[in-house]
Write a protein that binds this ligand. Sequence first.
Ligand code: NAD
Length: 289
Amino acid sequence: MALASNPRAVVTGGGSGIGRAFCLALAKRGARVLVADINAEAATQTAKDVRSAGGTAESLRCDVSKRDEMFALPDVMTKHFGGTDVIFNNAGVAVGGPVHEIPVDDWEWLMGINLWGVIYGTLAFLPHFRAQKSGHFVNVASAAGLICGPGLAPYNVAKAGVVALSESLSVEVAPDGIGVSVLCPTFIRTNIHTSSRSHGEGTREMGEKMMARAKKSADEIAEITLRSVDRGELYIVPHSDGLWGWRLKRADPEGFYKRIVPRAMKSVSEGKGSGEDGVLASLMNMIRK
Ligand code: NAD
């Protein structure tokens, strides 16, 4: 079902990057948006920008890893806008490095935001969507949740969890007229590196290199997402490297992890295959070999 006209939307992590881009794309549709972010100042700024772009907006400091703060969101939406049509479970952080070098505190920090934040957002709004027999969950995962490469295990685990939750939920809620979409991009230039925690030699540099070569902007990803939501699509995989990597993995999971991923990592570390086109070219070369 297409997104309601002038939708009432809550966007977690709306103060920056993809979340901010969702807010501005929604503003073009005359949306009423609650910008929720742990960074109150950033949320306030996005809300101002939404109003300048023709939408209606309120902002709220909200930590998605705090159950009570997430469960309060439906009432905040009802107070401001009379209800909710769509939640963008978007807030997220990154932790990189080999499994043995990542401290348990960083695992817990990431799971609290990237996985529990989405679970809380889902459980908070589910009764409301069921009662009104409409609503849409847009859960921001990552291609990392579909492909699960090395050096990002906590991130992969959380994002694979978000994909799994979205898949299960989509079937359960469809009879009630509720939609679910899960966004799985590869790299987009945002501010995620400023909060990310990196461990192990070269991890941060590798992440920054991949992000620097990203071609699609957060604004493009937001527009692609809204169009996919309008079409009622479950999976939104906007980058070709993510899409082809996911297809390859499903076609030959064993070969994918034993041959293709190690070779792709070598190629990327030698500077041959970073960026969407580069990673895709590396993958295609490997298929041909
Ligand atoms: P970003 O850092 O630019 O924006 C993330 C926002 O989330 C920030 O405003 C931050 O203050 C907020 N945030 C962080 N912790 C929070 C918390 N506990 N509660 C509420 N808000 C919190 O990053 P981004 O790249 O726009 O990330 C948005 C989402 O996109 C994340 O889920 C991320 O994993 C996902 N993603 C990003 C990329 C990429 O390459 N940038 C790729 C795939 C998926």
